[in-house]
Design a protein around this ligand. Structure first.
Ligand SMILES: *[C@@H]1O[C@H](CO)[C@@H](O)[C@H](O)[C@H]1NC(C)=O
Ligand SMILES: *[C@@H]1O[C@H](CO)[C@@H](O)[C@H](O)[C@H]1NC(C)=O
Ligand SMILES: *[C@@H]1O[C@H](CO)[C@@H](O)[C@H](O)[C@H]1NC(C)=O
Ligand SMILES: *[C@@H]1O[C@H](CO)[C@@H](O)[C@H](O)[C@H]1NC(C)=O
Ligand SMILES: *[C@@H]1O[C@H](CO)[C@@H](O)[C@H](O)[C@H]1NC(C)=O
Length: 221
């Protein structure tokens, strides 16, 4: 009887997992100045216009703990009409810094959004990303610990992680790149992790991410 019970619970869990198909969400927020400098360094497409002085959305990524998932449904491509209701907000908070906005949203939806399509269709997925972004102001949270963009000063990676942890009660994940001219580590992204419904924060894996060194720089726009 207890075996049957365990088996039933196992079945239920399997079914639940099948329906969702991912373990958690990661919202990646870009620091535009770093992204644009990186494009220059790597010979990528240069940014145009004024570099935003706030974090912008890179993507909302359904993730699994043990493997990479992407491009989950090639048939379900992003349709302009579906996201029309939030287009204005997307332009403001999820801009393509060096290309066409819609092609960026389409790339992110096709690659990542399709992996949570059973829980979040196109419009709800973009609404969720905007909603998570709107819940906290990373810039303000970091400044409360005297961590502000500065071209001369470096910050201890641990204290950047701790400043965000204080605000969300959970570990973020940072992303960096190495600036070739002077071999210093540059903060490029802050990522927040949430449960499958996008409701509560959870700890991200590997908080220091690609920012392996102790010191990182956060360039002023
Ligand atoms: C893929 O997306 C299409 C179009 O939205 C949908 O009809 C189909 O059911 C999806 N496939 C799977 C396996 O979910
Ligand atoms: C996009 O969605 C609209 C509204 O649902 C629909 O009329 C249109 O055919 C769709 N476009 C494409 C290319 O699927
Ligand atoms: C970085 O900060 C952490 C905690 O805030 C501290 O324990 C550590 O010693 C610092 N590392 C350096 C190199 O300053
Ligand atoms: C760049 O910096 C890292 C860490 O500070 C150091 O280990 C490495 O040797 C440096 N590389 C060069 C080419 O200076
Ligand atoms: C997500 O929402 C579903 C439906 O409301 C609920 O059954 C599930 O427990 C929630 N999952 C988490 C991790 O909160």
């Amino acid at each position: 009887m207890s075996t049957l019970f365990v088996f039933s619970v196992f079945l239920l869990l399997s079914v639940a997992t099948l329906c969702v198909g991912y373990d958690y969400f990661m919202l990646a927020e870009t620091w535009p100045k770093s992204y644009c400098n990186y494009q220059s360094q790597t010979g990528g497409r240069l940014c145009y216009g004024t570099v935003p002085k706030h974090f912008t959305i890179h993507g909302l990524w359904p993730e699994e703990w043990t493997r990479q998932i992407h491009n989950c449904n090639a048939t379900n491509t992003l349709n302009q009409t579906h996201i029309q209701p939030v287009r204005r907000q997307l332009t403001a908070f999820w801009p393509n810094l060096n290309g066409n906005d819609f092609s960026f949203w389409k790339f992110e939806w096709d690659k990542h959004g399709t992996c949570s399509e059973n829980s979040f269709a196109q419009l709800p997925y973009f609404q969720l990303a905007l909603n998570i972004k709107g819940r906290i102001n990373l810039l303000k949270m970091l400044s409360q610990d005297q961590i502000v963009p500065d071209n001369r000063k470096s910050y201890n990676t641990t204290s950047v992680i701790d400043a965000i942890r204080k605000g969300t009660n959970h570990a973020p994940q940072l992303d960096c790149y190495v600036q070739r001219t002077n071999n210093v580590t540059i903060l490029a992204e802050v990522r927040l992790c949430l449960d499958v419904n996008g409701t509560s924060y959870i700890n991200c894996p590997n908080p220091s991410g690609s920012c392996a060194t102790t010191d990182l720089y956060w360039p002023k726009p």
